[in-house]
Design a binder for this molecule. Structure first.
Ligand SMILES: [Zn+2]
Length: 275
């Protein structure tokens, strides 16, 4: 996959990068501009150090976590590739390559980093998500953001993170809950294909508090001015490990079915669900 480095993009936009571009050979955020109303984000699978930034200590930070979501980035990349093949167009993509132990972009700025030299990378990650969300909203008047994570609790389960449906408010308003858990939804379609989903799609249980959706879906979800329906997907260890190929296929199948039903995938055409 050809991904451009964020340094190319922001050298001209953010003065912080012009002054302090770090080591140009190090790509700390991979990104691509899309031509679909779909944005894929992956904040926690990076391994690289940020120049001159020590490991975070987490003193006084609530729910301090530095563990890597191993291979969540591969899922994000492979999903993007699958969607490109199916739709002959790329989704937007933002993948952190810096380690979470240096910077956690899925937190509000206060608590995301402990050294000011990490701040430009925080701003770059969110600058991209902001730019892409606005571009999608402007062009398609709706869109989907998938924030891909990994959890260590249940190796074969995907935990849904929408702040109990808050970050998918527009989808629910337009089409009702089936657009989030029904057979043509992403989670419902995966469930139909044998992927364990929590909360179960046929139940009204609340989401697991540990995985119910962090700062990214809270910032860009359709309850906000960005108005992009945002879902955090917390994937299991097997789905990121030995079962990854099969899982990515099922995820891509589900996103394709969802997109053809609920997103305007062709210019000037309404989603199927609108007809
Ligand atoms: Zn994560």
């Amino acid at each position: 996959m050809r991904l451009r480095s964020v340094f190319c993009l922001f050298t001209f936009v953010l003065p912080a990068f012009a002054q302090d571009p770090g080591k140009p050979s190090e790509k700390l955020i991979d990104t691509q501009v899309g031509a679909l109303p779909i944005i894929i984000s992956c904040p926690h699978d990076g391994t690289k150090a940020i120049p001159d930034v020590p490991v975070r200590m987490g003193t006084g930070i609530e729910k301090f976590v530095v563990v890597r979501d191993t291979n969540a980035g591969a899922i994000a990349e492979e999903l993007a590739k699958e969607l490109e093949t199916r739709f002959k167009a790329k989704p937007y993509l933002v993948i952190a390559r810096f380690g979470r132990k240096y910077l956690d972009v899925n937190r509000p700025m206060d608590g995301a980093y402990e050294n000011e030299k990490a701040k430009p990378y925080y701003e770059s990650y969110h600058g991209l998500l902001k730019e892409y969300s606005q571009a999608v909203q402007k062009k398609w008047n709706r869109g989907l953001l998938l924030d891909i994570h990994g959890q260590g609790a249940e190796s074969e389960t995907v935990f849904r993170g929408t702040n109990d449906l808050k970050t998918v408010k527009a989808l629910i308003t337009r089409y009702g809950k089936p657009a989030v858990v029904g057979e043509k939804s992403i989670l419902g379609h995966m469930a139909k294909n044998g992927v364990k989903i929590f909360p179960a799609c046929d139940k009204d249980d609340p989401e697991d508090k540990r995985y119910s959706g962090g700062h990214i879906v809270q910032t860009y979800g359709s309850h906000t001015a960005y108005a992009i329906d945002a879902i955090q997907l917390e994937t299991g260890g097997k789905q990121r490990g030995s079962g990854r190929k099969e899982f990515v296929t099922k995820l891509a199948d589900a996103v394709e079915v969802f997109a053809r039903e609920y997103l305007p995938m062709e210019a000037g055409k309404k989603p199927k669900a609108d007809k």
